[in-house]
Design a protein around this ligand. Sequence first.
Ligand SMILES: [Zn+2]
Length: 504
Amino acid sequence: MTGPERKVFVGGIWHETNTFSPVLADVAQFEAYQCIPAHKLRLELAGSETEIGGFLREAWKSGIDAVPSGFYAAVPSGPVTLAAYAKFSTVLLDDIAASAGVLEGIYLALHGAMVLEDGQSGDALLLEEVKARWPGLPLVATFDIHANLSDAAIEAADLLIGYDTFPHVDMAERGAEAARWMAHMLATGRRPKKAWARLPLITVPQAQSTQDEPMAGLLRLAHAAEEGQGVWTASVVPGFAYADVPYLGFTALGYGDDGAAAAGVVQQIAESAWAQREAFVPRLETEDAVRARIRGLAGRPGLVVLAEPADNVGGGGPGDSTHVLALLLKEDLGPATVVLWDPQAAAHAAGQGVGARFARLVGAHSTPLSGDPVRLEGTVSDVRDVSYQRTGPYMTGQTVRMGLTALVQAGRVTVVLTTERVMPFDSDHLTVLGIDPKAQRFIVAKSGSAWRVAFEPWCIDSIYVDTPGVAASNVTRLPYKSLRGPMFPLDRDIAFEPTVQTRP
Ligand SMILES: [Zn+2]
């Protein structure tokens, strides 16, 4: 067949699971974030800067007729319930089965760090089941590089393509790349050879920006190989530190017609990453150091971001940590904004009404790692039900629900109490409330790196605060139990030589 006749299934489930968080991703959490049924997939994602948006855009040009199924995502959190996984994976599998007679390929948009409440990898389960039931159909998946890909997941998929950017601004490009290689496989009947290597190396979002070393250099190795002969695509996968699973670790992946070339680039990336492991250890400031840094900024007006990576909502942090909030309330450091997940406090403020006095304990209701609830005394300055569309470069156009949201003004500190957990991937979540980020002295960003796309244009400095939390950049704070062996930087002296696994 030629032209846009080759039918390829398109669907996905997306979750980044922080196994240290007790906040489960149940069906309601997916429904609150993103549940797109098959008949709305094109309507909602065609033209969006998402993997599926990119796949759909490229599909037609590549002679692929996309057969849409559902796409299901929840905000990063604790494990996905078995009921939620069963519900959404069943939709995808039933949809594949329903068109199996005409399908020529299967494309899945995955995250790669989905852990179910029984500890299994949801991504591997899905890929394995699809491959087992439809072994003859090429299976291609895209994934977030905050992924911990088990050998089972890599074995099951014919081709895995990870994002090349963090903060992630190339999701659509990677979806388009998936469509191109899918078309190539369908046209030639060929499957790529695979190579991969996993390192006993835990890295954290704060140190994974692809604009900076070491990630920038590692990606240059991948891109150079892709431009040469024999390698289709290579991915640098720093992994997701907050999933306590035996296959956690930095991974390099390569695919191509030339197995030796694919293995070669994987070896290069693995050796280079391992050699630079110290450069992945993030710089964090104690509270005393934070005070000193702030004193040093006196006389320099402008926004200072206080990043609290330990409560990184985009990495599964609950968003209710009070460690930095307590510091700001205790010391009048300047106009500051803190977004805090506390549905009960938001409802209480709404009940009090705008202009009323607010006095109650807020925050730290999910896990002891979030600290102690702090007493917030001030005035309710705004109450509304908030949802908005992201206008920044990250996940552009996505609708975000903050739910019932209340602002409490406590001196110069504005506390935004939200009903849904909010990932600070844009400045819209503040401007929609009438808060001008540029007019703030401090914004507390519960984020490892992604806050940079939201606030970096205006900020004169950023300070990473070393606090406890389920997404701590200081991973020695975390209670790992499932690791297969010693891992850097939990263990500093590890004798290790990267070895590459290959499949013909
Ligand atoms: Zn990510």
